[in-house]
Design a protein around this ligand. Sequence first.
Ligand SMILES: [Zn+2]
Length: 420
Amino acid sequence: MSDKRVWKRLLGVEQIVIEDWNLENGDDTLVVSVRPSKGACGRCSHCKKRCPYYDQGAGQRRWRGMDLGTMKVFIEARAPRVCCSVHGVVVASVPWARPNSWFTRDFEDQTAWLAVHTSRSAVSELMRVAWRTVTRVVEVVGKEATERVDLLNGLRRIGIDEISYRKGQKYLTVVVDHLSGRLVWMHAGRDSATVGLFFAQLGPERSKALDIVTADGAAWIENAVRDHAPQAVRCLDPFHIVQWATKALDKVRREVWNDLRAAAEPEVAKALKHARWALWKNPEDLTPSQKETLGWIPKLNRSLYRAYLLKEALRGIFQASTVPKALSRLDAWIRWAQRSRLKPFMKLARTLVLYRPRIEATLRTGMNNAIVEARNTQIRLLTRMAHGFRRVEALIGLAMLKLGRLCPPLPGRLQPTTPS
Ligand SMILES: [Zn+2]
């Protein structure tokens, strides 16, 4: 193998001519001078079309590449500008980097892969870049991936929802494919106009192909769906029904907690505060110590225990083996909640009476508990991702890479890996 081929393999770049290399910074940094090979020269960085030369641009510049062993690597080359008939005067494309980037494509792909698969601090530390840089890379790689793959093809059953970020001040609208569990669309905002943007991108043909749309019953989603996909059965997302019950349970817990504090039982009140997670979680997910906490609730307070049982029973409706069984469980649940003397649950019972036809449609179309749980997990992941991003575009990029399963493979590997 010739030296040049080894160099190209080491740099992971094709279509280049190696001109020279130098060590800098006490031999800690390797700078490789290159130029694009003839076929890759003088092309527009947006459309890759061959264009006439314009000027020298910024002259010589560097791109950070993947480390070689412990050395930082930079690729150095001239960055002339070309004049594209469509995109105007632009920096000529280089085979090793995305347009307007200071990093090679491999470097960015690896950074994005790490951001999807590992912790924030691990990415920064390993790649030796600031977190700000990671978020920018994630945004660019995510955007490119969503433009390359059309996730809106073949949609039949979707869920539309909102998610809050930045401590609940701002909102995103998300669309999930119920069949694949994939996140397929995400946009800042929560109103009918935002949902309208989704349908505009989906187009009238594919909008007509939708069978089922689930949501939380909010009017801004309902109206947009009715306008753009009137044939779709509108269902109430089981996830939200269970969430309503969890909220009602939390209200009861807070009331009990306040009563206990008023009755000067601070120790019990404190313990109850910690019971919050044990009450919220699905019993099958409880840790041993949470199970113990839960075991002590019936002795502590009967109302709170009743509220817990109501929450779990509502979840159980969506686990019933047949639709008639589920409906009879639902009606029994409504009667039970009405008689429970727990105000939050009596109120929820009234809501469910109102939404009963929607819930029936949900059950008849088979939107079962497995989907509820998968969706629940996705929403939790998204909320966690929302921390530490200054730009919402970066959050969208990371979410699409991770939950849209668009993450690029590690450089030099063929198969993209799916995050679990
Ligand atoms: Zn162009």
